[in-house]
Ligand binder design. Sequence first.
Ligand code: GLA
Length: 418
Amino acid sequence: MPVTSGVPWFDDRGRTVNAHGACLLRQDGRSYLFGEYKTDDLNLFAGFSCYSSADLVNWRFERIVLPVQPDGLMGPGRVGERVKVMKCPSTGRYMMYMHSDNAGYTDPRICVAVSDTIDGEYTFLGELTHRGEPVRRWDVGTFQDDDGTGYLLLHEGDVYRLSQDYLTAQELVADGIARGGESPAMLKHDGTYFLMFSQKTSWESNDNFYLTAPAVEGPWTHRGYFAPEGSLTCNSQCTYAFTHTTADGDVPIYMGDRWSFPHQASAATYVWLPLHVRGDTLAIDTYWGAWDPLTCRPAEFTGREADVRFSSGTTGDGIGIPFTGSRIVLVGRSRPDGSYARVELTSTDGTVISSIYVTFYSKVPDDGYRYVSPVLPRGDYLLQVTVLGEPTEWSDKSGERFGSVGTRVVIDRALVLD
Ligand code: GLA
């Protein structure tokens, strides 16, 4: 089964994998995914989630590893974003870093939590400090070097080396090397350090850029965009990178978010793609809607074609697709005038198996997979797609409006898998 991008993923419970602004850790042959547990209404902290997988495709929900705290910086009414976890080699403990803020994003803090086990529950410790002073920044990333040294990456390009116990930011080793940059993510490949950033357009995608250096301390060189220019990083924002081992060697994998404000829980999706490193150049050559994690080559869903052409922006319009099989895949278009559909999967007796928002919006048009159902026992089902009639819409900190200019849902075909 392939790794998919731009479609909701389903976990072992049949619910969507809800782990945004995520990071990934490997332990005992499993990958642990940590992310923001988003809701479909408020933009407030609802906990950080942890899922695990043996193959990057099938995800098991572990638990909410940091729930909303009774009060304080990660308590009710706060924003909590960009959870990052590293295992501290000197203490053996798992350290969690995060962005805490007020609802208006005017009170940013970097905070830290700790656990003896990877899947928590984590104990919230409070603000991370540098020389006794809190680090008041927002977007946060982490990087662990081969020798176990931990680094904290911040927007605008500040990089701190952490203390041996990972509890404090010990030294600022790179200072403002990426002005205007957000959502930092670092990887090391063949001795070169690569540091990715997005630009600042709130929940909208933009062309993300990268820098390279022979050491974390620098000197850092700006290298331009790593995805095709104008693709807005394949309609995504970087959040993390990890190394994936295949029979043919180690492949760095890009992890990005395709945000979907305000219905982020299921309609915000993940864009995960192999990165190509040639010398000190980093690239996503082309966008793949699906790829095989065993080979890191593009993949396709194949199945019986169902003729289901549908295009409407009218609230309540819809199409019902009855099918016999174990899975259904919708192929359609996302574009600037696209927006939400409610996609509901039911069994023949009317039991609702899954009912989620799926977005047909993207600033750069994309023809491809829009929905891949969970794997079901082979049988008879109905997939109902209904136009919600509500645009995806938000403003950035300066009040500039972003989002969809319409409410259209476009489906070109459906594939039914046996
Ligand atoms: C940027 C950040 C996100 C979040 C949004 C809020 O995209 O990278 O983590 O803070 O802004 O607008």
